[in-house]
Write a protein that binds this ligand. Sequence first.
Ligand SMILES: Nc1ncnc2c1ncn2[C@@H]1O[C@H](COP(=O)(O)OP(=O)(O)OP(=O)(O)O)[C@@H](O)[C@H]1O
Ligand SMILES: CC(=O)N[C@H]1[C@@H]2OC[C@@H](O2)[C@@H](O)[C@@H]1O[C@H](C)C(=O)O
Length: 374
Amino acid sequence: MLKAVSKAGAGKGPVWALGAMSGTSLDGVDAAMILTDGERILDFGQSGYQPYTRAERATLADALGCWGGEAAEAAADVVEAAHVTLLSRFAGAEIIGFHGQTLAHEPRGRGTLQVGDGQVIANALDLPVVWDFRSADVRLGGEGAPLAPFYHFTCARWIAEPGPVAFLNLGGVGNLTWVDPRKGRPEEDGAILAFDTGPANAPLNDFIGERLGQDFDRDGALAARGRVEEGALELFLAESYFARMPPKSLDRNDFSEMIGLVRELSDADAAATLTAMCAAAVAQGMEHCPEPPSRVLVTGGGRHNPVLMEMLRVSLDCPVLPVEDVGLDGDMLEAQAFAFLAVRVARGMATSGPATTGVRALVGGGTVSRPEDG
Ligand SMILES: Nc1ncnc2c1ncn2[C@@H]1O[C@H](COP(=O)(O)OP(=O)(O)OP(=O)(O)O)[C@@H](O)[C@H]1O
Ligand SMILES: CC(=O)N[C@H]1[C@@H]2OC[C@@H](O2)[C@@H](O)[C@@H]1O[C@H](C)C(=O)O
C-alpha cells in the first residue's frame, strides 16, 4: 500500500490515477481515470457517475454554509458513502484524487471546507488518497479555487491547440480558464488566467426546484419560452464582483439572492433571465482575458442547455463549442482534473499559482492519506 504512493510520488513515469468530484450542483459524484505523469495526459480510462438520492441531496443542501457540527458531519457521511460505492467499481488505479464536497468557501474569511475524510476513502479503497486540495492555497493567501486550470492547460496541449484558448466550466458556479499553450508549462508567466465568472446553474436550479419541484430546466425548455427581463439583468451585472480583477472565486450561494430579482416574473421569464445572467457573467469575465481566445470550449452540465449555449454564442466574439468537439469529455473533465492534480501533489509539483488563485507563490496543495492497516 505504502509502495503505491511512494511509486506515484517518487517515480517520473505515468500512472493511472482516479479522480472524483462532487460539484456545487449537488447532483452526484463524477469519477474518471487518466494515465498521467502530472505533466501530460497519456490516456483516458474508465469513468462513472453516482447520483445522490433526493434525501442525500437534502442532507448536503442543509449543510451548505456550515463549518462543522452535525449537519456537516451528516454531509460528510453521505459524501464518503457515495464515493466508496462509486470508486470501488474501478480497477487499476494507483492513486486517488478526492475533491469532496465544498460546504463553505470564504477564502478571505474562515477558509474553505470540503467534506469528507480522505483517510476513510483510503482505508475503504486500499489506495493512497490525495484530498483537501484547497486549504494550503487559502492559507498562503490564495482563493483556493479554481484548481482545474493547470489541467486545462494540459488539455490545451493534448488537443494541440496552437494559441490562446479558453475553457469554460458551467456547473453550479461558472469558471473560466484562459490558457496559452505556446508556453511550455502551466507554471510559466503568461500561461494562464483563471477565475470564477459568477453563478452558473445553481440559482436556476434552486429557482426551478422552488417553483416547480424539478431539479433543473432540462434542455432549457422553460427558458426557451421566456423573455429576458433586462432590468433584472442590469441590476445583477451591477454587482461589484464582475468588475473585480481576477483571480477571484465564489461560494455556491454567494449569489443566491439573485432569485429575488426574478421572483415577480413568470416561470418562463424568470428561467430565461437567470439563464441570461449566467451568460452575461461569462461575457463580462471574457473582458479580463489577456488576449482574445480563438474559441471557448465549454465543459460542465451547462453545455447541455441549448438556450444557455446560444446566449453565449450571441454575446461572445468567438466560437463557443462543447469540449466534445475537440475530443474531451465535458462531464468528466473536473474528475480528471483531480486525478491529474493528485499525481502532481504526490510528486511535489504545484497545483496552483498567482495566475490561477492569486496565491503568493506556486503551491502544491493537498494531503496524502495512505491506507491504515486493519
Ligand atoms: N440537459 C440539460 N439541460 C439543462 N441543464 C442541464 C442539463 N444537463 C445538466 N444541466 C445542468 O448542469 C448541472 C450539472 O452540472 P455539473 O455536473 O457540471 O455541475 P457540478 O460539477 O456539480 O458543479 P461545479 O462545476 O460548480 O462544481 C445540472 O444541475 C443542471 O443545472
Ligand atoms: C470552492 C469550490 O469548490 N469551487 C468550485 C466551484 O465549482 C466551480 C467553481 O466553483 C470552481 O471554482 C471550483 O471547482 C472547480 C472544479 C475548480 O476548482 O476548478
